[in-house]
Design a binder for this molecule. Structure first.
Ligand code: FAD
Length: 453
């Protein structure tokens, strides 16, 4: 049977772009890719990249305050949101062009339109055109999920934040995950009065409990009004503008804006996959095997739509492994073990491996903790504390997990992740000489466990 193409990729985000490029450039495949919004996907257009630039923007008031502690006669002026947003849009345009030229340079044909699947080898474009392909890759990512509360239509999602006409004076952020917490810190840093409601007992579920508490305390100390065990009951437009919000904690308050960051759902509905026999999980995620193959042999899926680990580098690796397997004759599975991650709150939280709670359920462990005021901010008069924590297996002596809260945590965890991935023991850490004076030297100088369990 002959096909128009070897591969049709639906979705021009982290996973789809990598798969298309490798299949075409290194696998010699005839490849087309459809993107219905903007090339680069969530990470580039409305996720990691614009968010990190906002993190940088929001850190300046703190840095300027620190500069005064160091003797500088410095003062933060006003923040010009339209000026920042214009520069941000120009940067995203540049990145989008780079993604496009990377694809076309590799020989991939781009269709700037929505695509759905008609049968195991046929894709239909919103333009009406149909194309056949030996393989179809679904890389459609995820979308923000807003629960069905009365007045939910008033809520912004993370997709809207980057394109606001003006910054609100006050905002309610609903949610306790990393995106909610990052935006709480960003907007707080930019001068917005931030309130955060999270229905669970502590923010940043899934991370180490001690690290979560540390970040929550630091956020509260910076003026973010965090309420755990609180959820929205209903919202309505307030007479003077903004939203009036009634919550389960008995409050009735008005905010200029409400941001829902209550999780993301795989973008799998309406693609035409159900009748073909593709299987879905409870969250709507496409079920795949280790090679990212669905129950329909010609259809594969990578990235957030499969809800394995919803992070850009993971989507990229899944896309790459798929292309290597199917088009380069080198079958391999993406490795989901010991994936490090970071939360760009202020202070940052970064982690790799097991939390203390997960580790002690598995085997006897030792816990090493250093908590201190970093030299740089202490000198400037700040009260911030950093936290370094290692979880060590009593039997094998392997370091099972590392959790860092503090400036530069994300950069540090990337290095620690290499050592832990290589199977480093606590003694390997101990015989590594410190770099002084740094914060990271704590990683190799923690001598006594603070507890065993
Ligand atoms: P996506 O990047 O979402 O790409 C999917 C693409 O498919 C989209 O462009 C969409 O328009 C397109 N599409 C969907 N349906 C169709 C269709 N039918 N036809 C054509 N096109 C279609 N990850 C990190 O690693 N670090 C971070 O710091 C980080 N920060 C984040 C911050 C925010 C606010 C958000 C929302 C996400 C963040 N992420 C972060 C997660 C990261 O962005 C995702 O894990 C990653 O983008 C997933 O890549 P993907 O290829 O699966 O999907």
């Amino acid at each position: 049977m002959s096909f128009d193409l070897d591969l049709f990729v639906i979705g021009g985000g982290s996973g789809g772009v990598r798969a298309a490029r490798i299949a075409a450039a290194e696998g010699g495949a005839r490849v087309a890719l459809a993107e219905e919004y903007r090339m680069g996907g969530t990470c580039v257009i409305r996720g990691c990249v614009p968010k990190k630039l906002m993190v940088y923007a929001s850190a300046f008031p703190g840095q300027i305050a620190d500069a005064r502690g160091y003797g500088w006669d410095a003062a933060a002026g006003g923040f010009d949101w339209p000026r920042f947003r214009t520069a941000l849009e120009a940067e995203l345009d540049r990145l989008e062009r780079a993604y496009r030229s990377g694809l076309t340079g590799a020989g991939v044909t781009i269709h700037d339109t929505r695509a759905t699947v008609l049968d195991p080898h046929t894709v239909q474009l919103a333009t009406g055109q149909t194309l056949t392909a030996r393989h179809i890759l679904i890389a459609t990512g995820g979308t923000p999920f807003v629960p069905d509360v009365p007045g939910a239509e008033l809520a912004l999602t993370s997709n809207d934040i980057f394109r606001l006409e003006a910054l609100p004076r006050s905002i309610l952020i609903v949610g306790g995950g990393y995106i909610a917490c990052e935006f709480a810190c960003i907007l707080n840093g930019l001068g917005v009065q931030v309130t955060q409601y999270y229905r669970g007992a502590q923010i940043l579920r899934g991370f180490d409990d001690e690290a979560r508490g540390h970040v929550a305390d630091a956020m509260a100390a910076q003026g973010i009004d965090i309420h755990c065990g609180a959820d929205v009951l209903r919202m309505e437009r307030a007479p003077g503008g903004g939203a009036r919000v009634e919550a389960t904690n008995g409050t009735d308050r008005t905010f200029d804006a409400v941001l829902y960051a209550t999780g993301r759902r795989p973008n799998s509905a309406g693609l035409g996959l159900e009748p073909l026999g593709v299987q879905f999980g409870r969250n709507g995620q496409i079920l795949v095997d280790g090679y990212s193959q669905t129950a329909v042999p010609s259809i594969f899926a990578v990235g957030d739509v499969t809800d394995r680990i919803a992070l850009t580098p993971v989507a990229i690796r899944e896309g790459h492994a798929f292309a290597d397997t199917v088009f380069k004759g080198t079958p391999r599975q993406a490795d989901h073990d010991l994936v490090a991650s970071a939360v760009f709150t202020q202070p940052e939280l970064a982690a790799v491996g097991l939390t203390e709670e997960a580790a002690r359920d598995r085997e006897p462990i030792e816990v090493y903790v250093a908590s201190f005021r970093p030299m740089q901010t202490l000198f400037a008069g700040r009260q911030d504390r950093a936290l370094f924590k290692l979880i060590v297996a009593q039997g094998s002596r392997k370091v099972l997990g590392c959790h860092i809260v503090g400036p530069g945590a994300a950069e540090m965890i990337q290095m620690v992740a290499i050592a832990i991935k290589m199977g480093a023991t606590k003694e390997d850490f101990d015989r590594t000489c410190a770099v002084h004076p740094t914060m990271a030297e704590e990683l190799v100088t923690m001598k006594k466990p603070i507890r065993r369990s």
